[in-house]
Structure formats: structure tokens, C-alpha cells
Design a protein around this ligand. Structure first.
Ligand SMILES: Nc1nc2c(c(=O)[nH]1)N[C@H]1C(S)=C(S)[C@@H](COP(=O)(O)O)O[C@H]1N2
Ligand SMILES: [Mo]
Length: 327
């Protein structure tokens, strides 16, 4: 199932032609060097220690934005992943200690199907989609990222949640050896996030296994991470080892760390400021590069959209809810 020839590489359709040609050159060089293009089936494609392993049979999604995505470099060099340090450049540098294979996911709680599943089995029944989504961080920056993943709703269906399951809770790996940032008390570990069952079964959230048609780099949450595009980035939990169907609302990492600053819902909302800064505008990472003086005039600042622009798909989930109180 893997793509073996550079000619077969499905570029993100929106990738600029220059980028695409560069990537082709890179892939050709990699093929000559031998080793970066892996043979086998899609299971092998999830082998994360093979850098640049291509994912195959990716279908485009109707939910993708047509905005230009950020560069692979931006997406993989400017990260939040406190398990590997608190600065944006830390995850890329420090996450190489994470072993993402073998990897398994425990599914527990109020569902008919539970147990521990190898990542390969967890992913196997599903088609991979490319979803180009805006990601809006609570720190008022944003990117556009061509994820590859599986709709969370399809995964959840497999496990047959019971009507008593009101929330889906996710946990990141807990391992100080592999995740040195867990020695610091920056957050309570493991990182925990959650969605209501209605949010989790909405068509938009995905569990991502790749970016730019390739296996996820460790710093982006390999080998499996959540993406919830209408919520602040901190809901999109990385390196997931557990998915739990719960009757009760979980305490989530950022909410526990600073409850007056980070709520459970965390819907992107330009009208509700963070106590320490405005959420009305955002800086698109990378967009001021090469424009010289323009950036001094904030050319890269743009208005933040309600629900990060995904309102038509998700606003109904919050009918009757006071979004100022439920931030
Ligand atoms: N386990 C874990 N997941 C995490 C984080 C983290 O520190 N640990 N940071 C979150 C935040 S604040 C953001 S903005 C996104 C960043 O994802 P990216 O680095 O792939 O852009 O990951 C989220 N998921
Ligand atoms: Mo974030």
C-alpha cells in the first residue's frame, strides 16, 4: 500500500509548486540513498523511526480549507509539547527519545468493545484522509496544517459506546524516561484531554497519524494525536495511549493547571478574551517571512474567527450554552 515512486507522491494539492518540486527532488535523493522509502503495507507506513515514510491511499476531505498550508518546516519546528520542554523549539530537539513503535492504545469505560489494541489494528479498518485544517493556539498564533488521519467518529463507532458514555477522555503516554519534560511540574502528568460525546462524534475531529502525506514526526504527537480544529490547540492531545468512555467530565490538563484561564470547552472565540490577553486576532506563523518591513505593520495579524471558522459545522453543538461562562 505504500507509495514507492516519487511520481506517485500525492502532494498536498495546495502545496506550492516550488515546494512540491523540492519535495520531489528530496524524495528522489532519498530513494537513491535507499531507505527512506519503505516497502510493505500501510502498517509498515506507521513505523515512525523511518523518517519521511510516506503514507499511501490518502483521500482528500471535503472539510479541508483552501488556505495555503504552512511549510513542513514551520509545522515541525514550532511546537507545543510540554513533555519535551516549554519552548517552541524544544519538542523538535528533544522528542527523538520517544519510541513510537510498538505502540498500543487502551480503550476503556462505557463501551461494548474495550481492550488494548496495537496501533496498526486501531488504524487498519479505516481510510486515511487528508484534512487541511487551521490550528489556532490559545497563545494567539495559528497555522494551516495538512494532517492525515481518520475521523474520530468512525473510530468511536467501532467501540460501540453505551448511552451512559457522555465524554471521551484521552491520555498521553506517561514515561519520564522518554518524555523528560514530565520531570518538571509544568503540568500534571499524564496530559489529559476530553470531549463531550457529541463533539467527539461530530464529523470534524480526527485522529492524525501523519502530516504532509508522511508519518507524523515525534514533535507533532506521533504516532497518534487528536485534532479538534474549532478549539484551541491544547485540546488536540498528542501521543495518545488511552481513550476512555466516561459518564463524567474529566479534569483536563490545562483546566487543572489554571482553571480561570483555560476551560473545558476551549472553543476558539474572538469575543472571550483570555484573562491576560485578547483573543480577537492571531498571528499566522510564517506568513511574515520574506516580506521585510511589512511585518512591522503587522501584516501577518488577522482576525480570529468564531469557532476558528468552523461554525457552520459545530455551532449547533452549543445551542443554549453561555459561551462566556463555558469558555
Ligand atoms: N500531550 C500533549 N499534547 C499537546 C500539547 C502538550 O503539551 N502535550 N500541547 C497542545 C498545544 S497547546 C498545541 S497548540 C498543540 C500543538 O500541536 P503542534 O505542535 O503539532 O502544532 O498540541 C497540543 N497537544
Ligand atoms: Mo496551544
Amino acid at each position: 500500500m505504500l507509495i514507492k515512486k516519487p511520481a506517485d507522491i500525492r502532494p498536498s494539492e495546495i502545496t506550492s509548486r516550488d515546494n512540491y518540486l523540492n519535495r520531489r527532488k528530496f524524495m528522489q535523493a532519498a530513494a537513491l540513498a535507499g531507505g527512506s522509502l519503505v516497502a510493505g503495507d500501510a502498517l509498515t507506513a506507521l513505523v515512525p523511526d523511518q523518517k519521511q515514510a510516506k503514507l499511501a491511499d490518502i483521500v482528500p476531505s471535503q472539510y479541508s480549507t483552501d488556505e495555503s498550508p504552512n511549510s513542513f518546516m514551520d509545522i515541525t519546528s514550532y511546537n507545543n509539547f510540554y513533555e519535551f520542554g516549554m519552548r517552541k523549539e524544544d519538542p523538535k530537539r528533544n522528542s527523538q527519545s520517544l519510541r513510537t513503535r510498538p505502540w498500543s492504545i487502551e480503550v476503556s469505560g462505557n463501551a461494548e468493545v474495550t481492550g488494548t489494541f496495537a496501533l496498526e489494528d486501531f488504524v487498519k479498518p479505516h481510510t486515511l484522509e487528508e484534512r487541511i485544517y487551521r490550528l489556532r493556539c490559545v497563545e494567539a498564533w495559528s497555522m494551516v496544517i495538512p494532517w492525515v488521519g481518520i475521523p474520530l467518529a468512525d473510530i468511536i463507532k467501532q467501540f460501540k459506546p453505551m448511552s451512559s458514555a457522555k465524554y471521551v477522555v484521552f491520555e498521553t503516554l506517561l514515561d519520564k524516561e522518554q518524555m523528560p519534560g514530565q520531570r518538571s511540574r509544568s503540568l500534571r502528568w499524564p496530559y489529559v484531554e476530553g470531549l463531550t460525546i457529541a463533539e467527539a462524534t461530530n464529523p470534524l475531529p480526527i485522529l492524525a497519524v501523519g502530516v504532509y502525506g508522511e508519518v507524523l514526526p515525534n514533535q507533532n504527537g506521533a504516532p497518534l494525536r487528536l485534532i479538534v480544529p474549532w478549539k484551541y490547540g491544547f485540546k488536540s492531545i498528542k501521543s495518545i495511549v488511552r481513550m476512555h468512555f466516561s459518564e463524567t467530565r474529566p479534569g483536563t490538563s490545562w483546566e487543572i493547571a489554571a482553571p480561570h484561564e483555560y476551560g473545558f470547552y476551549a472553543n476558539v472565540n474572538p469575543d472571550v478574551d483570555h484573562p491576560r490577553w485578547s483573543q480577537a486576532r492571531e498571528r499566522r506563523i510564517g506568513s511574515d517571512q520574506g516580506t521585510g518591513l511589512q511585518s512591522l505593520f503587522s501584516a501577518s495579524r488577522q482576525e480570529t474567527l468564531m469557532f476558528n471558522g468552523y461554525g457552520e459545522h459545530v455551532a449547533h453543538l452549543y445551542d443554549g450554552l453561555d459561551l462566556r461562562k463555558n469558555f
